[in-house]
Design a protein around this ligand. Structure first.
Ligand code: SF4
Ligand code: SF4
Length: 63
């Protein structure tokens, strides 16, 4: 699952630049996410300066 907090997002574009699968784009409205391209690699989550992105590979597993 991939989630973005639109309230937190600064639209800096850092996540767009690091996504190896081009699953993110920056538009006037904010980040556009292409679910079918995303592999849930988690790189975008790591580079976001404000922690606006949350990536989890297994939703049913709670730790
Ligand atoms: S989790 Fe990986 S593939 Fe998905 S949007 Fe982020 S960087 Fe791109
Ligand atoms: S890196 Fe974070 S703050 Fe920057 S555009 Fe992406 S989600 Fe928004």
């Amino acid at each position: 699952m991939w989630k973005i907090s639109k309230e937190k997002c600064l639209r800096c574009g850092a996540c767009v630049g690091v996504c190896p699968f081009l699953a993110l784009e920056l538009s006037e409205q904010g980040i556009v996410f292409f679910k079918e391209k995303c592999t849930l690699c988690g790189i975008c989550e790591k580079v976001c300066p404000v922690g606006a992105i949350k990536v989890s590979r297994n939703d049913s597993k709670k730790s």
